[in-house]
Each structure stands twice: as C-alpha cells, then as structure tokens.
Design a protein around this ligand. Structure first.
Ligand SMILES: [Zn+2]
Length: 204
C-alpha cells in the first residue's frame, strides 16, 4: 500500500526546511541536509575507483541512478548519471535525484536491508510498491499539483518551464493534473503547502 498521507507530510517537512522556495526545485538542497547521505556522479565514482562508466552502470544496474545503503555504518551513497547524452536531459536527472531522495527519506533501504543487501550492496530496488512510493514522492517534491494555479500552470509546456521536468514527464504530469482536478477534494495538507509557498516563494 502506498503511504500517500505519510509521503505528503514528508514533502511538506522538506519544504519547511527551506528558508526560501524556488522552482525548479533542486533535490540536492535536501541531500545537503542529510548528514549520512552523499550524492556522486557516475563519472566521479568511476574516477575514484579507477573503473569504467560501464562498470558503474553494471554495478548500479541502471542508466539513471541507484542508491547504496551501508547497513553497518547507516550511510547512503546515491549515484546518478550526470551525462546528458542518450536523452538523459537535465529534467530526467532532476527526477532521478528526487526519486532516489524518496528512497532515502522514506527509509526504503533500511526496510530492505535484511537480509539481502549484505551480499549485494548495489541493489536495484525491484519492489514495485517502493518504486511507486519513490515516484509519488518525486512528483510531489518537484511539481506539486496544489501549486499549479498559484504558479499559473496551464499546459504541459508550463510544467516543463516552471518545474524543469523533461517533455515526457511534463506531459504525464499534465494529464494526471487534469484528472486530479476533476476528482480531488481540498485537504489541510494542501492548504499548508500553499500557504508556505506563498510566504517563501522566491521569483527568479
Ligand atoms: Zn527506485
């Protein structure tokens, strides 16, 4: 079961931790606040470990990114592909980082840590529920629907421009928004988020 309310509150807390809020949201701001979590580009990791990018891709089992959890020391290492070739645009990198941040904030890896991670630390998470939670988290963090009116979002192109998502993701979000608008009821969480952003939004 996806913990929607829990994820909403986690995102609100992260927003609260920022003195000013601006979009596109930079996930690195939140990683910087987590003492036991580091982010590193595939290229840097390859350099440090004197291996090839292909080795890193194999290790991560992912073209976009992965999160490594060191159970013994309770430390996270998020590796991400910073190369913009192969259609890995800035928007996709932003999404990957937000998704991996979701795994860390929602404590997915400590949950999975028993017993497998000990023999294969670079686990590609294959639990669909946890993946869905991380995606829900990323969407809320990067482009929360309750803010669309406030930020004058009126098309997929607006999503792409304001929130810095890829064309693909922007289209998906826009279609979801149209559905959401038809069926959704206002919540206290939503009001808190809107108020907070009203107070702290920094127009670039
Ligand atoms: Zn994932």
């Amino acid at each position: 079961m996806i913990r929607y309310a829990y994820i909403c509150n986690q995102v609100l807390q992260l927003y609260r931790s920022l003195p000013t809020i601006s979009f596109p949201m930079n996930p690195q701001l939140f990683f910087d606040q987590i003492k036991n979590c580091k982010t590193m580009a595939y290229t840097t990791f390859a350099e440090i470990n004197s291996c090839s990018i292909n080795d890193v891709l194999e290790l991560c089992e992912s073209e976009s990114g992965c999160t490594h959890y060191d159970v013994t020391n309770n430390r996270y290492l998020v590796l991400f592909n910073s190369s913009t070739s192969n259609n890995n645009v800035i928007g996709r990198i932003r999404w990957t980082l937000a998704h991996e941040l979701g795994h860390v904030i929602l404590k997915h890896l400590s949950y999975l840590a028993e017993p497998r991670i000990a023999e294969n630390n670079f686990n590609k998470l294959s639990n669909p529920e946890l993946e869905a939670e991380a995606d829900y988290f990323a969407a809320l963090l990067l482009c929360p629907m309750p803010l669309y009116e406030q930020l004058h979002i009126q098309s997929a192109q607006d999503i792409q421009r304001v929130f810095g998502l890829s064309v693909e993701a922007s289209n998906v979000r826009w279609n979801e928004y149209l559905k959401w608008k038809r069926s959704h009821r206002k919540t206290a969480w939503e009001n808190d988020l809107k108020r907070l952003v009203n107070q702290r939004l920094e127009i670039k």
